[in-house]
Every structure is written in C-alpha cells, then in structure tokens.
Design a protein around this ligand. Structure first.
Ligand SMILES: C[S@@+](CC[C@H](N)C(=O)[O-])C[C@H]1O[C@@H](n2cnc3c(N)ncnc32)[C@H](O)[C@@H]1O
Length: 225
C-alpha cells in the first residue's frame, strides 16, 4: 500500500489527573486497515494511562517502545518529558511510518524511529543508548512471538540492569502464559492492578477503548539470583 492509497483518521486522547488540574491531549492518526500496528489497541490506552500517572518518574528518562505501531504510549511519554525511541519490526516499513506520523502530528520531530525486530540481535539493538523503561503495549498477542519479545527484553535488561518493561496485554486465551519463558530468560514479573492507576474503566482518556476487553498490566524486570 502506498501513502496516497491510505485513509487516515485522527483520534484524540485526553489524560487527566484526578483533580483535573493537569491534562494532556495527544492525537494519533490511524490507518483504516485491518493489519496490526495500524490503529490504537485497547492495551495502548491502558499503558498510556499508566505512563501518564507515572509521568513524574519519566522526566529525562530514556524510554524505548517496542512494537509501537501508532505509538500512543510512546507519544504520551515523550509529551511528559521522557527521551523516547520508538520501534517496530524492521520488516514492517508501514508500521515504522505510522510511528513517524504520530510524532509529526504531536510536534515531536526529535523522537527517533528505528526498526527493531523481536528476537534479533541487530545493529540497531546493539547501538541503543542506556534504556530506563521499555514500553510494550499488546506485544504478547501471538504465542509464537512471546519468546522473541522476551529475548529482546532480556538483552536490554542485561545491559541496563535497572531497566523495567512496562507492558499491557489483552486476555485472549486462558491457556497462554509467559511464566516458563520469564524463568528461562532470567526475568520476573509483577501484576499491577488497574485500579491503582485509575484504569479500571471501560472508557479511558476520552476513548471507548478499552471497552469490555480484559487488559492486564505487568512490570517485568531482571531476575537476580
Ligand atoms: C497488536 S499490535 C500493537 C500495536 C501498538 N503497540 C498498540 O498497542 O496500539 C502489535 C505490534 O507489534 C508489531 N510487531 C509484530 N511483530 C513484530 C516483530 N517480530 N518485531 C517487532 N514488532 C513486531 C506490529 O507491527 C504491531 O505494531
């Protein structure tokens, strides 16, 4: 698909603190196309709400978003003062273009967009600067990719032992689990209840996402023995 054959629709998301004294509105262009990475997934709104609530921790931190697609969480982090790098599969140039477009619409010209394919130790992965936080919204959606995602995360947290993966996933099957893979790749995880960051709602940030989808939030870090 070339640029001219794409139909774009801009969606706005407004994040507010409890008292309503601070707010942030971002616009995300979505492509009317059923492929992954072309529009905002329910998980992205929940992760963005977490980013918004944790914004004071993110000032001047380096944040890498994996499988960013249209990049709502990364855009929110950048707007909150983080140094953000957006990434999607090196083999999906249309998704990388979506990352760039979301930055352009939100006046973020200095956010780098890189091709990072999960599970591959590429020059782009090797040349990352020190990373504090990794964002991954709905990156655990295809069981055959779970290990590749965790290989990339494990590589980054070995180099940056304090780094954390903040990730949301949508419950699609009760049979899916990453527990054995976390153990294999020396990682551990805690679940973050949605009510602790005001995300236990069907409507978030002025959007009807996440709706009735069951979304969970986890923080994954290095397991030190
Ligand atoms: C379900 S979509 C989620 C998109 C976005 N994070 C969100 O929540 O709105 C999964 C994303 O992972 C990306 N992806 C798929 N396979 C990948 C791979 N092997 N390496 C890196 N990214 C990949 C897709 O291009 C897509 O952007």
């Amino acid at each position: 698909m070339n640029e001219s054959s794409q139909t774009l629709v801009e969606k706005s998301f407004t994040f507010e603190d409890c008292g309503g004294s601070q707010s942030l509105t971002v616009s995300i262009p979505e492509v009317l196309d059923p492929q992954y990475g072309m529009y905002v997934w329910p998980c992205a709104v929940v992760l963005s709400q977490y980013v918004w609530m944790a914004r004071s921790e993110l000032q001047h931190k380096t944040v890498l978003e994996l499988g960013a697609g249209v990049s709502l969480p990364g855009v929110v982090a950048a707007k909150c003062g983080a140094r953000v790098i957006l990434s999607d599969s090196a083999e999906l140039p249309l998704c990388l273009r979506n990352c760039r477009r979301s930055c352009d619409v939100n006046h973020l010209p200095n956010v780098p967009v890189i091709g990072l394919t999960w599970g591959q130790v590429s020059p782009e992965l090797l040349s990352l600067p020190p990373v504090d936080v990794i964002l991954g919204s709905d990156v655990f959606y295809e069981p055959e990719d779970f290990e590749d995602v965790l290989v990339t995360v494990s590589f980054i947290v070995r180099r940056n032992p304090h780094a954390q993966l903040w990730t949301t996933y949508q419950e699609r099957s009760a049979d899916w689990s990453i527990d054995a893979l976390l153990h294999k790749w020396d990682l551990k995880c805690i679940n973050v209840p949605l009510e602790t960051f005001d995300a236990n709602k069907n409507h978030l940030a002025g959007s009807t996402l996440p709706g009735n989808h069951t979304v969970q939030m986890m923080i994954i870090t290095r397991q030190v023995f």
